[in-house]
Design a protein around this ligand. Structure first.
Ligand code: BMA
Length: 328
């Protein structure tokens, strides 16, 4: 008989045996923690680049690039911060930059880095463009505080760029939204995309996009985090959703269950306990293996892999149509 756990969604992802793959201990300069990296497979050379959130000993974050041939080991880390807050020109970055998501945009011939800018107004969504992760063109803050967990789609829909993000309203739940722009600077046509559920659900109250949307045959695959408030603090887990390829505001499916959550020591123990927080993903040249990069307990960088085909099949079998919350 197969073990009872073989039917569990938590078996969809396999943790890399080398986890944690990056830690502050082996960083080329002093930092407190390295986590929540954006990820991309570079267009030239096929190397994996992580833009790692590094928290310094003031508690402020910056981003540093780490490059690897196989996306798992042999990381070459920039010797000093790659992208730091620039409060002189961008006061919204006074307390640093956090949690990047990276999208290659063929039309621009550049990578779009969407990140959290943290300043006196709170965390907001900022955008920068780069060709090489050495020089960056800052577009600036595109959505004001409080807003985060944002990523750009790689192409336009009906002439407009699309961005998923997660504003936090004074009333109601913190849901995922989608917004559109003709020029990457002016954003509008804001719509709720996926609502946080209520009550006893794993994703009640607060949800947010994990990595950039992943294009598949069946639609845009989203991994999103759900936050469960417990007596011991917040518990961060990951679920799945699927958006229509041509009209991304149409949610085709959403999982009821989480597929990835804290299970091992480096996810349970750290600066913030019980957190898995993916901001980056790449797809192997085999077209099926998803490399998911996530922060463990806001302290270390980790990797898990999954079969895209298996995730889509699971979502088809276990997901439900639509993304709007039902008050069950
Ligand atoms: C979220 C973000 C993440 C962090 C997570 C868990 O609100 O700030 O950067 O990993 O909380 O602490």
């Amino acid at each position: 008989m197969p073990p009872a756990e073989s039917g569990l969604p938590s078996t969809l992802f396999q943790r890399h045996p080398g986890n944690p793959i990056l830690t502050a201990r082996y960083w080329p300069y002093p930092v407190n923690s390295v986590f929540n990296a954006g990820a991309v497979r570079l267009e030239t050379g096929g190397e994996t680049l992580l833009l790692v959130r590094c928290e310094d000993h003031r508690g402020h974050s910056h981003l540093t690039a780490a490059r690897s041939k196989d996306g798992a080991g042999g990381w070459e880390i920039d010797p000093s911060p790659t992208f730091s807050g620039d409060p002189q020109s961008h006061s919204e970055e006074l307390w640093g930059v956090e949690d990047p998501r990276i999208t290659w945009a063929p039309e621009l011939g550049r990578y779009a880095v969407v990140y959290v800018a943290y300043g006196r107004g709170g965390p907001g969504v900022s955008l920068a463009l780069t060709e090489d992760f050495r020089e960056f063109e800052r577009i600036g803050m595109v959505l004001p505080p409080e807003d985060k967990d944002a990523a750009l789609f790689p192409r336009r829909f009906g002439g407009r760029w699309a961005l998923i993000h997660r504003p936090v309203p004074n009333h109601g739940s913190a849901d995922m939204w989608i917004s559109y722009s003709p020029d990457l600077t002016h954003w509008g046509d804001h719509r709720v995309l996926i609502q946080a559920r209520r009550g006893g659900w794993w994703d009640a109250g607060k949800i947010g996009l994990c990595p950039q949307p992943i294009e598949t045959r069946d639609g845009w695959l989203l991994l999103y985090h759900g936050v469960r408030e417990t007596a011991a603090g917040a518990l961060y887990r990951v679920g799945l959703a699927l958006l229509d390829l041509e009209s991304p505001e149409r949610v085709l499916r959403r999982s009821d269950e989480w597929v990835f959550g804290p299970q091992v020591e480096y996810e349970h123990v750290g600066d913030v306990a019980d957190v898995v927080f993916p901001c980056g993903a790449t797809v192997d040249p085999d077209g099926d293996t998803l490399f998911l990069y996530y922060g463990g307990a806001d302290t270390v960088m980790c990797l898990a892999t999954a079969s895209l085909e298996a995730l889509l099949t699971w979502l088809k079998d276990h997901g439900r149509p639509g993304g709007v919350a039902r008050d069950e």
